[in-house]
Design a protein. Sequence first.
Length: 589
Amino acid sequence: MTEKHVFKRIWTYLRKYKTSLISAVLLKVVSALMSSLEPFVLGLAITEISNNLIEMAKGVEGAGINKSYIAFILFLYFIRAVFFEIGSYGSNYFMTKAVQSGIKDLRQDLSHKINKIPVSYFDKHQFGDMLGRFTSDVETVSNALQQAFLQIVNAFLTITFAVIMALYINAPLASILIISVPLIYFSSQFVLKKSQPYFKEQAKVLGDMNGFVQENLSGFNILKLYGREDRSEEDFHAITDRLQEVGFKASFLSGIMMPVLHFISDSVYMIIALLAGLQVLAGKLAIGNMQAFVQYIWQISQPIQTITQLAPVLQSSKSSLERIFTVLDETEDLSKENVSLTVPLTGQVSFNQVDFSYNDSKSLIKDFTLDVEPGEMIAIVGPTGAGKTTLINLLMRFYDVKSGSITVDGMDIREISRQAYRQQFGMVLQDAWLFEGTIQENLQFGNLSATEDDIIQAAETANVDHFISTLPGGYQMMMNQESSNISLGQKQLLTIARALLADPKILILDEATSSVDTRLELLIQKAMKRLMKGRTSFVIAHRLSTIQEADKILVLKDGQIIEQGSHYNLLEARGFYYDLYYSQFKTSN
C-alpha cells in the first residue's frame, strides 16, 4: 500500500467526527497565531526600551521609558498568552476525542471482520501475530494520530504565520527563510524513503516475536517437560537478532535527519543574524525587529524538526496500518446462504461424493459418501492425518467442500445461513474452552435464555452439579482466564452441561475422554450417554473402548473409508480396525 492510500483509509475513520476535528484545527489556528505574535510584541517592547535607554545614556533632555506604552504591550502579551493556552488546550481536547472515537470504530471493524473471514485464514497466521494486530498495532496508530496530527497541523500553521510576520518585518531577509523550508523538506523526504522498508520489516518481525512468545508461554509446561528451553532460547535469540538488525537500520537512517536539519537551520540562522546585524548598524532595521526575526527563524525551523522527529512514529504507524488493513481486506466468505431454518433439524446427515483439500497439491478427502439417520452415533477412527478432524470441519462448515455436497435433512448446508445452521450443533472437545466469567455464565453461553432451574438440571444430568456445589460461590464462582482453577475432566463435564443446555440436534465429540482419570472418565461417559440420547452424534476418539456402542464406526485412512460397521462386525472382519483395537488393548494391559 502507498503512504497516500494508507492514510486516506484511516481518514475515513476520522472524518465521521469532523465536528471535533474542525474544532481542534480552528483552536490550533488560534494558538498558532498567538504564538507567531509573541516575537513581534516582544520586539515592540525591546525597541522602545533600547531606544530610550540609548537616548538616556546620551543625556538627551526629556528622555525616558514610556511606561504606559510598555504597560500596554505587556497587556497585549498577557491577552495573547491567554488565547494561546485556550487554543492549545481546546485543540488537544477535541483531537483526542476524535481520535479515540475513530480508533474505537477501527477496533470494532476488526472484531466484525474476524467473525466474517474463513477459518483457513487462522491456519496461516500465528495467534500471537493476530493478537498484535488487535492490540499493539492499533495502539501504535492511536498514539501516532494523537501525537502527529495536531503537531503537523501546528507546524504548518506556525511556519505560515511566521513567514507572514517575517515578510512584514523585512522581505529580503524573509526570502532566505522561505528558501530553507523546501531544502529541509526534501532532505527529510530522501531519508524517510530509505528508512521505510526497515520500519515495515520491523513491524513484521515484531509480529513474529509476539507469535513465538505466545506459543511458548501456552506450551510452557511441555517445553519444560522435554527440556527444550535451550532450543526455544536459541530461536528467540534469532528473532531478536533480526529485530535488532532492522530496528537499528530503521532508527539509524531516520536519526540522520536531525543532524542534517540542524546544519541547515544553523546555517540559515548565521546568515540571517549577520545580515540583520548589519542592517541594525545601518539603521535600516529596529533592534526589536531583529530580535523578532531571530525568533521567527526558530519558529520556522523548530516545527520542521518536530515533523522530522515524528517521522519514525509515522513510519511505524504506517506499517501497523498496513497490517491492520491486510486483515480488513481479507476476502470474506460470501457463499450463497438463502435458506433459513424455520423448524429445527431432525439430524439426518449425508455426505455425497465429497472431495476436499486444503491446497491443490494434495487431496485429503476423496469421493467420500455416508448416510446418517437421526439419532445415530457415528464413531470416526483412524491414524493421524486420516481426515477425521477435516471431516468434522466440513460438517461444521468451517471449510466448504471442493466437489460433492453435504446435506442435512435433504438441504445442502452451503445454502443454509451459517449462524442458523451452527446453532443446531453442540460440541464437546478435548481442549474444553471456557471463558473468564462465572460458571453460570459459561453454562449459559449455549443458551442465553436458560433459567436458573434449566442450568441446574443440565448440570445434574452432566454429573457436575455436585462438584459445582462444593466450589466457593457455587455457580457464581469466577473462572480465571485460563480456567486453571479446575481440572481438565471437570471442564469437560461443564462443556457437556453447556451442550445439554443448548439442546442441539447434532453433536460433535472430539476425544472428550482422553487425559482424565478413571473416575472422571466414567462420569464423563455417563454424561455423554445422556447427552447423545436422541441426537445425531459424531465421535472422534483414540480410545476405541469408548465407542463400542456406536451405531456405525468409520475407519478412515488417507481420506477414504476403508472399513465401516459396528464394533463387533469390524472385529470379526479382522481388518485394520481389528489390528488397531487389539494394539491398544495390549498396550493398556
